[in-house]
Design a protein around this ligand. Structure first.
Ligand SMILES: *Cc1c(COP(=O)(O)O)cnc(C)c1O
Length: 357
């Protein structure tokens, strides 16, 4: 049976990416060696990471002012690396928006190195909206926001104008729609939401903001280390980055970010119009802040959960349950999820309404 994978991460990837990765595990580039046993210093491995980096640059129109690195540790290590690289040693201060669990985790790590001012929070309504009217003070070392709140299903549709370096955790919507990278000083994203298999994070850094903290930064945590070594400071996850590279090639062949952005809009439109039309369900995020990537909803009658779960599982849908902290349902519609899969889910919701409404 065809599986429709609505997982929030690790995400669905295109079949051709899986096929090529599988082949590379057996015989990488017809070299007779598996990609998992070769040295990360070999020329053909080097080409993988160089290609992945140049595809990120091309697909996101990253300007020359910005460097691109891959590191391990996912987005969670970026919560740590960021303050080490941007927060001043003496009297360091940062401003954050608190729009969900990931933002809270980023705040927690920044607090270890300096003062954090939460300039806006949606915690009063269990993070079901994006706060809009807030002021970022000019005296902070940087401002941090989370573009897409994977767990709660909200997404920033615009970014504030600020007079300090702007940092964004784009883990769950990077490469899903066009953004102006030049407006940001640091963008980071764990790979496994929309870019490839788990095992790395990409960070895009405006060189101008580095070297100003007065800190002695541990080597691995220092952005400069990875910039100067072309992301090959230590053994990097060759298979995982190969998956990222293949996925970026797939995206490029499809027409790049503008092309996928249109498809993502169609998927979100189809999904949300059914949530709104169908009396059996309630969308949990404020309409204007709804995420194109993660649609969150609950049953109007929680007692019918076993019946609904049975129908969607029988249709080949997987990973539709909401995050363990919030419950309900979450349909994650990352780049590689076809429109057809959303249609299958919508049909299931209609069938559920016919049978139990
Ligand atoms: C998943 C996620 C993270 C954490 O990513 P890891 O790579 O698992 O550390 C951080 N931020 C956002 C927005 C996420 O969706």
């Amino acid at each position: 049976m065809k599986i429709h994978n609505f997982s929030a991460g690790p995400c669905i990837l295109p079949q051709e990416v899986f096929d090529k990765m599988a082949h590379a595990v057996l015989n990488f580039n017809n070299s007779g060696s598996s990609i998992v046993e070769i040295s990360h210093r070999r020329a053909d491995a080097q080409e993988v990471i160089d290609t992945a980096i140049s595809l990120v640059r091309e697909l996101l129109n990253v300007p020359d002012t910005h460097e691109i690195i891959f590191t391990q540790g996912g987005a969670s290590l970026q919560f740590v690396m960021l303050p080490f690289n941007l927060m001043k040693l003496d009297g360091g201060k940062a401003a954050f928006t608190e729009t969900g669990v990931w933002a809270q985790k980023a705040i927690k790590e920044a607090k270890r190195l300096g003062h954090v001012e939460v300039v806006a929070s949606s915690s009063d309504k269990n993070f079901n909206y994006i706060p809009k009217d807030f002021v970022v003070p000019d005296d902070v070392d940087y401002f941090h926001c989370t573009s897409n709140n994977t767990i709660f299903g909200t997404q920033m549709k615009s970014f504030p104008e600020v007079n300090v370096p702007m940092v964004c955790d784009m883990s769950s919507d990077i490469l899903s729609k066009s953004i102006d990278v030049s407006k940001f000083d640091v963008i980071y994203a764990g790979a496994q939401k929309n870019m490839g298999p788990a095992g790395s994070a990409v960070t895009i850094i405006n060189k101008e903001v580095l070297g100003k903290t007065g800190r002695d930064i541990p080597s691995y945590l220092n952005y400069q280390t990875h910039i100067s070594k072309g992301s090959a400071f230590n053994t990097w996850p060759v298979l995982s980055i190969y998956g990222v590279m293949l996925n970026l090639q797939w995206l490029k062949n499809l027409g790049g970010v503008p092309a996928i952005s249109k498809i993502n809009q169609q998927k979100a439109e189809l999904m949300y119009s059914e949530i709104d039309r169908n009396g059996m369900f309630i969308g949990t995020a404020e309409k204007e802040d709804r995420s194109e990537m993660n649609a969150t909803f609950v049953l109007k009658d929680e007692n019918l959960k076993p019946e609904f779960d049975k129908i969607w599982k029988e249709a080949g849908i997987s990973s539709l349950n909401g995050h363990r902290d919030v419950g309900g349902y979450r349909a994650s519609m990352y780049n590689a999820l076809p429109l057809e899969s959303v249609q299958v889910l919508v049909d299931v919701m209609k069938e559920f309404e016919r049978k139990f409404g």
